[in-house]
Structure formats: structure tokens, C-alpha cells
Design a protein around this ligand. Sequence first.
Ligand code: DGT
Ligand code: CA
Ligand code: CA
Ligand code: ZN
Length: 581
Amino acid sequence: MSPGASRVENAEVARIFREVAELLDIQGANAFRIRAYRNAARAIEEWPAPIGPMARKQPAQLTDIPGIGADLAGKIGEIVKTGRLHLLAELARASPRGAVELLRVPGIGPRRARVLAEDAGVRTLEGLARAARAGRLRGLPGFGARSEQAILRHLAQPAALGDHRMLRATAVPYAQALVEHLRAVAPARAIEVAGSYRRRRDTVGDLDLLVASDTPKRVVERFTSYPGVVEVMARGATRAAIRLASGLQVDLRVLAPACWGAGLYYFTGSKAHNIAVRKLAAARGLKVNEYGVWRGARQVGGAREQDVFDAVGLPWIPPELREDRGEIEAAQAGTLPRLVEAKDLRGDLQCHSTDSDGHDTLETMARAAEERGYAYLAITDHSPSVRVAQGLDRRGFLAQMRRIDRLNAKLKTLTVLKGAEVDIHADGTLDLDDDTLAALDIVLVAIHSKFELPAREQTRRVVMALSHPSVDVFAHPTGRAIGRRAPVAFDLAAVVRAALEHGVMLEVNAQPERLDLDDVRCRAAIEGGARITIGSDAHSTDELALLPFGVDQARRGWARQADVANTRPLAGLLKLLHGGR
Ligand code: DGT
Ligand code: CA
Ligand code: CA
Ligand code: ZN
């Protein structure tokens, strides 16, 4: 069984515990109890072993997981056994309906959600929008004209209302578990998750599962009887659609083996890309659809995906590029980029330790990176003004640098780079003194406040920060959090010019909620001549494993190996850094 498939229960337990924490929070429950559920969710998600078999065979061992006592262990057992948690249903019954939806709006926490429900009768996003437009929020306890404006701005974004996309990373264990389940009726090479999932988009609307088989009935039967199904939404001879408890919807199509390639191609999309390729086919007197490549009524290809590309005279195009954003023209001209791959990366250029807000010590992080075979790991703890992260001050960084020297003397194949993630103040100055900055091997700068500055001020702030002679990397440049916080407004072209002028690189941050730069901005930055870095921003050893999600986003951003600084061996990387190593 693949590691991802067996971890689907970790994902489910974590999801349910998080929902419990949210509902407890809305009800104003004890803060320790709420935190216990949140911490447990995180610990279970990061627990390296599958929790399902453990709960079934050795339930006593569940308490080995940090933050799991007898009570939570019992609840894990209940979820693993029954797929649900009685407590959650009870809490949901006792909570104002829609309150959880309101929590997705930036600036609305549990307290404000309760005020909205109890004092203003606002229980839905639509209700919230109405109340904000009518100016009825500003009088409520904890609300003012400013927060009312911010809420209106958020709700005006097209994605704010009724868009239930899931982070792709969240969907991975669910997808892998389903694929595993279907292995009983088809070999691995005959199963594929297509759609936006295969194109490695940062979020997915649903999953599009394809199976090549001569016995579609068996496949449909197996699919709809998956234990995680809460609703079978459609069922036909060769297709079906289900919904899982997480809300994720999955479409299944069973394809005849002779049509596999054409179906895989069609359902990978994107729609815009498909339409453009179909036009090329039509110009050659061919028809391309999900069943094959056709000349009149005769099928001339479609068993392999390559058949479709051959039919229109194109080389194979990686799914990540299939967005009709110039990939077809590039394929025709023979200028498709050879995209960076996860195995090209030699190290990780952003992570945190217990010295700021990480969960593992400097040494533990380094050992874990060494075990991954990395040549280097930049430890980039926060600077002091990021108070929630308990950042280091000058003395703290100097002490950490001495510890890194001692650690490097002991490590065999890994070099720890002395780094920092330095906060950019609102005026563009940096949150650490020049001498300390100059002593570091690698300086990341980032925005952690004043996200809402107007574009001109934001651009000026960033350009000033990048012009500091010690700065190497602009980390998670737009500060977006998918579904929660929009990207800051700045003039990307001006920022890229400043980055080029001062030898600063732009990060593609691999945290699934960030994936920042996004695909379009990453490509624009590279086309503008900038170099990028990919950083996991790990806050624990397990999160080092997030790095490939950053690679996915960089690939969608047309990044080649040479565009990514941390594909270089250590000596080559150091040439790109200002630090005096
Ligand atoms: P999503 O689910 O919103 O993240 O995005 P996709 O790309 O997975 O879209 P989805 O699930 O609606 O459909 C899967 C693929 O099927 C899509 O990428 C392309 C193909 N497809 C769907 N509808 C059409 C259509 O009307 N025309 C064409 N040419 N292809 C379509
Ligand atoms: Ca889809
Ligand atoms: Ca779909
Ligand atoms: Zn940060």
C-alpha cells in the first residue's frame, strides 16, 4: 500500500478535530480544550505512520503521539471505526448554522461570528454581504467602519462566495486512497487522477478519476462502494460521481483501453487547452474527442496520450502547462521549457527551528535534511517584530550562528546555512541591524503585516527592502493565503526589476496554503529575468516533505532547472548569495 493511501485516516481525523475546535471556539469553550484539538489535529497530520491500523491493532500506542491522551485516543478510535465523531454532530447541532462559513472570512474569528449570529442574525455569507452593504456591521461590538469595508472588499472577490475548492495538497491522501481502493479492479497503470489534480493546480474543484477497463460495471460498483462515500451523486454504465465526508467530489469515468489516451488527454484539460488543440486537429481534417482521434468515422488513434499530440504534430506537453497560455505555440516552435523536477533540488532554502516558531530544534532539522540527502539547509528563523513567531533579535541570531558553526563541524554531508526570515517594516526598512544581516549566509525578507497598503506604497516598500545590500531572497512575495488572504497589491514588473538590479531571488514557497509566487507570477518573474528559489518553509522535520508542492507550482510557472537557485550544488549556490562565506 502506498504511504499516501494509508494516511487518509490521518487526514480525516485531523479534519474532524479541526472542525471540533472551530465549533468549540464559536461556542466560547475553554481555550485549553480548543487548543488541545488543534494541536492534536496537527500532530496526527504530521505523524509519520498511518493512524488507522494503529487505532485498530494497538490503540494503546496512540498516546505516543504528542498531545494525544486517553480521551483523544478514544475519539480517534471512534472515527477510525465509524467514520464519524458523535461529539462533532452534537456540537454542530448546538451551533448557529453557517457560523463555520463565516469563519472563512478574513478578520472574522469565533467571537465575531458569535456576535454576528446572536446580535445581527447573520448566519450566512450572503447575509453578511447584505448586512455589510447596509452598514449594519459597524455598530456591532468589535466591528467598525474599517472592518466593514474589509469584509465588503473580501466578499467582492469572485472566489469568496460559494467556491468550495480544496487545496490540492489536502486532496492528495484522499486521491491516493481511492486509487488504492480501485487497485482491486484495475492495475496501477490503468488508473489516473486527471483534471486540475494532474495539472498540479494549487486547488482542485473536484477529482476526475479515470480507469481503463473492459469491465466498467465492476469498476463503477467498486468505486461507489468505497467506504469513504457519503453520497453517490450519479451512477451510470461507465461513469459515477461520489462525495466524500471532507466535501470532496470525485467523478469517475471508465474508458475502453483503445480510448485510454484520448480520454486521459481530454479529462486532464484544461478546457481552454483542449479547445485550442481540437482546432488544430480540425485544420488537419481530424477530430479529437474523449474517445479518440478520428478521420471521419474511422478511429486513427487514442490508445496513448501521445496519439493526440502526434495527430496535431506537437511534442508531448506536460500537464502543468496545459492552460492555453502559450504552451501550444511554444510546442510548435520547439521552445517548450524542460521543466525543473523535484529530484533536481539539492537543498531547501527556508525553514524554522524552535529558536523561533518551529517545532524541532536546529540540530533535528539539520539531521532530517541530511537524511533526505540534501547538500544544504538554510535555517531561516524569524526576526523580532513577528511577535507571534517569537522571532530572534541580534543576540539571538549571533548565538544561533555559533551553534550552526559547531553543528556544521559535526555534520557529514550537509551544510547548514545561517539564515533569517527578516520582516519588512511598513516603511521598507528591515527588522534586523546591518551588521547582523551582513554576517548571515542567506537573508530572506518578507511581508508579515500591512498587507493592505495601496499598490504604490507597497511597491515602494518592497523595492526599498530589496535594495538592501544583504538581501538574497524575497520570501512568499505576495503574502497570500489561499482562500483566506488575497495577494498584496504591488507592481510585479517593478519588483522584478529591483530584484534583478540587486541580485535578489524570488521565492516559490511550498506551503500548500501559500504556493507563492503563484504560477502566473512565477512565469512573469522568470520571463523578466529573475531567478527563483523553492523553500518548504518547514516548521517541523515532517514539513520538509512539502518541497515538491513548491516544485509543482514552479513547473506551472514554466521554471527550468537553471531558473531555480537551489538546484545548484553548494558552491554554485553560494555564488548567488551576498553572504560572506
Ligand atoms: P477543477 O475541477 O475546477 O479544479 O478543474 P478541472 O480542470 O479538473 O475541470 P473539470 O473537473 O470541470 O473537468 C475536467 C476536465 O475535463 C477539464 O480540465 C477539461 C475537460 N472538460 C470538462 N468540460 C469540458 C468541455 O466542455 N469542453 C472540453 N473541451 N473539455 C472539457
Ligand atoms: Ca476536476
Ligand atoms: Ca470534474
Ligand atoms: Zn514568513
